[in-house]
Design a protein around this ligand. Structure first.
Ligand code: SF4
Ligand code: SF4
Length: 435
């Protein structure tokens, strides 16, 4: 194994481990049943739409800017799809016949690959890889603990089994049928990177001044899993900078005592940033400036949004019910949702302003909120004709820490006591008017 390949495999395996660990360590995962996105242990509710969108914009723009420097290096050095498809190439043999048009004797281990092709062991390995991949993909939506408990109990839910099955079948189909075709033609991130690809970005360069040294052996394009000929212009936006062609060419020419004809080229060579900026076109500069401003604005918004989040906050519905009771009172209710954004259990108290205090009932005095959970509570009230004023009002609900009475969050909703309903209630004496 060449040093370049060893380095690339190391980064690919580290990236694969990170992808597998992100949901396990709560660094990033979606909790669909809970309606949350977990980012670095922070529970972002899907309803905090702006923060979630800002996070995605940040990621997308950041990866685009990365592509402007390293081309599609992310695909070749980090993306797990490339790693598992290269594994499939090695175990099952390449999807297309790379020996087609081969000139000269090039040992690309294709014969060994073909021996393994369609062997039961190779197919079993592929299916196990697909199953592990399906479990990892599912863990981005369902926590590992929940998934393992459900599987261990022997009675996993149908939706969990369906999710794992869909992930497994898609990955198996990818490994068996599509592989790098996805990378080259269908991957949205691949196309996104192409949009940002500009000279100077990291790329493979064919030394044209020494083109007479090229023996036309075909080793460089035969090892290319993206189906490119690195000597041609076509590679510019599809090449994932894996460097396999560089090593293949070096191997071909080294017996003749010649260096390889292919190398990595960072494009800007020894030019300083000032020289690059000076040489850039006005539209190129405008595009770069717009991206930098966008990334800075999104980063600021994201950091501010996460820092300003309340550890516990509440929202409430409008009036969900307003009925006349046989006992002559008017009964109604609101729904209050209290979100615990912290990793700790919280004990809270709720209070309301805007209705006669004695008429309000939350169904309890203290509530325990589990870490990262949302609780739905019902505020019901029963008022008499003399205790309220007909017309529009606003109800305020406060959430306090039960231990030290600290105010954690406050929410409100407008509502109306219809004059016709109030006037139809029996008079019971003097009461407290709504605030
Ligand atoms: S052209 Fe070379 S560096 Fe680019 S994808 Fe093909 S083998 Fe990898
Ligand atoms: S560039 Fe190198 S590997 Fe490719 S055909 Fe020429 S000699 Fe062979």
């Amino acid at each position: 194994m060449s040093r370049l390949l060893l380095l690339r495999r190391t980064t690919q395996l580290i990236a694969l481990a990170i992808v597998a660990l992100l949901p396990l360590l709560d660094v990033f995962r979606l909790d669909l049943p809970g309606g949350q996105v977990i980012v670095l242990g922070n529970h972002l509710w899907l309803r905090e739409f702006l923060l979630v969108i800002l996070g995605w914009v940040w990621l997308v723009v950041g990866l685009g800017i990365l592509a402007a420097f390293v081309g599609r290096g992310f695909c070749g050095w980090i993306c797990p799809q490339t790693l598992v498809c290269e594994m499939a190439n090695a175990v099952l043999g390449p999807l297309r016949d790379l020996t087609r048009g081969k000139q000269g004797e090039v040992d690309l281990e294709l014969a060994a690959q073909k021996r393994l092709l369609h062997s039961p062991g190779a197919i079993a390995l592929l299916l196990v890889t697909a199953l592990v991949g399906g479990l990892i993909v599912t863990s981005y939506f369902v926590p590992w603990t929940m998934m393992l408990e459900a599987l261990d109990s022997g009675r996993p839910s149908t939706s969990l089994l369906k999710a794992i099955a869909v992930g497994t079948v898609l990955i198996a189909g990818d490994l068996l049928i599509l592989r790098h075709t996805i990378c080259r033609f269908f991957c949205p991130y691949g196309w996104w990177q192409r949009l940002f690809w500009r000279r100077p970005a990291l790329a493979i360069r064919f030394n044209r001044s020494r083109s007479v040294d090229c023996t036309n052996c075909g080793a460089c394009w035969q090892v290319c899993f993206m189906g490119l000929d690195p000597r041609k212009k076509e590679l510019e936006k599809a090449c994932v900078n894996c460097g396999k062609c560089i090593t293949a060419c070096q191997r071909q020419l080294s017996p003749a005592g010649k260096p390889g004809l292919l190398s990595f080229d960072l494009g800007w060579g020894s030019r300083s940033l000032l020289e690059i900026v000076h040489g850039a076109s006005p539209t190129g500069l405008a595009r770069a400036a717009a991206l930098v401003v966008l990334l800075a604005a999104v980063t600021t918004g994201l950091v501010w949004g996460i820092a300003a989040r309340q550890p516990v906050y509440a929202t409430m519905s409008g009036l969900t019910r307003l009925d006349r009771d046989p006992d002559g009172s008017l009964r109604g209710s609101f729904v209050v949702w209290v979100y615990n954004n912290t990793e700790k259990e919280q004990t809270i108290r709720l209070s309301a302003e805007g209705l006669p205090r004695e008429s309000v009932d939350f169904g309890g005095t203290q509530f325990r909120l589990e870490a990262g959970q949302v609780d739905r509570m019902t505020l019901s009230f029963a008022v008499t004709r003399d205790s309220v004023v007909p017309g529009p009002h606003r109800l305020y609900v406060s959430v306090q820490n039960a231990a030290d009475e600290r105010l954690l969050s406050r929410t409100s909703a407008p509502f109306v006591f219809p004059p016709s309903m109030i006037s139809s209630l029996p008079t019971t004496g003097t009461g407290t008017a709504a605030q």
